[in-house]
Ligand binder design. Structure first.
Ligand code: PLP
Length: 386
């Protein structure tokens, strides 16, 4: 007899194929960068989150080699057992200082940090207020927390205020991407903080795409948000920082609470300490990275000017390195992405459920590692295909 569970799964896969929603992993050889070898062929990549070109930077790889000699490869245990290396602590202190918060905690991934923070700050009695376009990890974290979750329309602060006003929960937690990962737009931090103050809520900001890029690399926090005890800041460290992991910066007692309560911190092996050493070097490069950020800003301006009057889709308003060209239908987005790939340009088609239905798009992400010629090739190809 056939196993029914496997048959159901096979029907599910067939349905995904019919809907053009099957995802496939391309294989990268060599290092991450603007020019990569993918499935054995050279392409210009417009899809990494390595916005500053640090993922294969010689200063970071040198830091990795140096650390390797001192700490080996594995952390060997969780942070609360014997896995907490001096390199982890040194990075946390440097990160907190850089982003202007009293303390910080290093997680192994942004996904885990979001699970840890939301489940520790909002329990079953709490309520979470979340932008509808928040990253999947925040949506999952809200569900796992057991808190009642209200989702407000993207950036609709009037709807958010209505939800806050109606809440009687003691623990309220407003949760938002700071730079939205599929749209590239930026949350109004001070206006969110006004609401957090008025309704006595926490404000948790996920700056996966702003850290390293905005405000001299410090990310999207405003002065007021840095100073506020109720603001908790997340930077992921596998994107502009070029390494891996995520850091939560907050009041020292919030960090202490997370060390006690955040299960994705407590019950997982610490990340390899050599990565923390790389991250400390990455912070130095980010702090000294004005030239990289200026290059990136030039690339953004160049792309937007070049595609301003294009008729295959709409470039969403964005000043960040995330430049989405919304096409609409899944197969149109796929076809365009395929045609670009035939010209050696890798731009991913992003489809539902990652983005809302009928907003399939090319998600162009730019990096300081791109050259002007790379940008010119992309603009020319898109104009040609239009
Ligand atoms: C990438 C991303 C995450 C997850 O971070 P990882 O370190 O990759 O697990 C969380 N939030 C947002 C907004 C992201 O874009």
């Amino acid at each position: 007899m056939r196993f029914a569970g496997l048959s159901r799964l096979q029907r599910g896969l067939a349905q995904l194929r019919d809907e053009h929603l099957v995802r496939r992993r391309r294989v990268l050889d060599g290092a991450q960068g603007a020019h990569v070898i993918l499935d054995g062929r050279p392409v210009v990549s417009f899809c990494s989150n390595d916005y500053l070109g640090l993922a294969a930077d010689p200063a970071l790889t040198a830091a990795a080699h140096a650390a390797l000699g001192q700490c080996g490869v594995g952390a060997g245990a969780a942070h609360l057992i014997t896995g907490h290396h001096r390199f982890h602590g040194d990075f946390e202190a440097a990160f907190a200082r850089f982003v202007g918060k009293p303390a910080a905690l290093l997680f192994s991934a942004g996904y885990l940090a979001n699970l840890g923070v939301l489940t520790s700050l909002a329990g079953r009695q709490g309520e979470i207020f979340a932008d509808k376009l928040n990253h999947a990890s925040l949506i999952d974290a809200a569900q796992l927390s057991g808190a009642r979750c209200h989702r407000y329309r993207h950036l609709d602060l009037a709807q958010l205020e209505g939800q806050l006003a109606a809440s009687t929960a003691a623990d309220k937690l407003i949760v938002s991407d700071l730079v939205f990962s599929m749209d590239g737009d930026v949350a109004p931090v001070d206006a969110l903080l006004d609401l957090a103050e008025r309704y006595d809520a926490w404000l948790y900001l996920d700056d996966a795409h702003g850290f390293g890029v905005l405000n001299g690399g410090r990310g999207g926090l405003t002065e007021r948000a840095r100073a506020s005890e109720r603001v908790i800041y997340l930077a992921t460290l596998g994107k502009a920082a070029g390494v891996a992991g995520a850091a939560v910066a907050a009041h020292a007692d919030v960090v202490d609470w997370l060390v006690q309560k955040a299960r994705p911190y407590v019950y997982t092996t610490a990340s390899p300490p050599l990565l923390a050493a790389c991250l400390t070097e990455s912070l130095r490069q980010i702090e000294a990275g004005d030239a990289r950020r200026a290059r990136l800003a030039n690339h953004v301006a160049h792309l937007r000017a070049g595609l301003a009057d294009l008729n295959v889709g709409a470039l969403l308003p964005s000043d960040t390195p995330i430049q989405p060209l919304v096409v609409g239908a899944n197969d149109d987005a796929l076809r365009l992405s395929q045609a670009l790939l035939e010209r050696g340009l890798l731009v991913p088609a992003i489809r539902p459920p990652t983005v809302p239905a009928n907003t399939a798009r090319l998600r162009i992400s730019l990096s300081a590692a791109h050259s002007e010629a790379d940008l010119a090739r992309l603009v020319e190809a898109l104009r040609d295909l239009a």
